[in-house]
Design a protein around this ligand. Structure first.
Ligand code: FES
Length: 187
């Protein structure tokens, strides 16, 4: 009987320890997030100067991006979309190469000859700078199957070319190169 009581007490104690651990971990996590918030102004003051930032590069591992998928990265403090086009998307983009466009560019103009399936673009609408939808799974891709900017309704095609709406130019393609089969260097 006494041992059952002791076992129960142990169980309660153990549960209590688990709970305290969890609360402790949760508190550390919250403190961590708060820490980032409070650290930011300091880090911000130590941020690289504009000329250093303008020369910075971003390496992206593209090996895990499946056809039809995009990843969102950051390049020079701006959102960067890196997409692996499917065969169908490549064919669709090429079929539109000669279409009447506001900012005419072929898919080849917008990709690297090493691998035309990898599309690298700034995720910045060329109208007033909103982040277009379309790179994330399930996001609205607009009327041309690429990207849709919800701010004022710009539609880009699967190659990021402006097809409808107020944006004046295609999504910007930054300079990039393949540094290996699996990695690109942007900038
Ligand atoms: S900022 Fe994208 S349509 Fe205006």
């Amino acid at each position: 009987m006494a041992s059952t009581g002791a076992a129960t007490a142990d169980a309660i104690e153990e549960e209590g320890v688990r709970r305290r651990d969890w609360i402790h971990i949760a508190a550390i996590s919250a403190a961590g997030v708060g820490g980032v918030g409070t650290l930011f102004p300091l880090v911000s003051q130590m941020a690289p100067s504009a000329d250093v930032l303008a020369e910075s590069t971003t390496d992206v591992d593209v090996s895990a991006i499946q056809p039809g998928q995009s990843i969102k990265a950051v390049f020079r403090k701006q959102p960067l979309f890196v997409t692996r086009l499917t065969e169908e998307e490549i064919a669709a983009a090429k079929a539109e190469d000669a279409a009447d466009m506001r900012d005419p560019q072929t898919l080849a103009d917008r990709t690297n000859p090493t691998d035309e399936s990898i599309l690298v673009q700034l995720g910045v609408c060329t109208h007033l700078g909103c982040v277009p939808l379309g790179a994330g799974e399930g996001e609205n891709k607009g009327e041309f199957g690429g990207y849709f900017c919800p701010c004022h309704g710009s539609h880009y095609d699967v190659a990021g070319r402006i097809r409808k709406g107020p944006a004046p130019t295609n999504l910007e393609v930054p300079e990039f190169e393949f540094t290996s089969e699996s990695t690109i260097r942007v900038g």
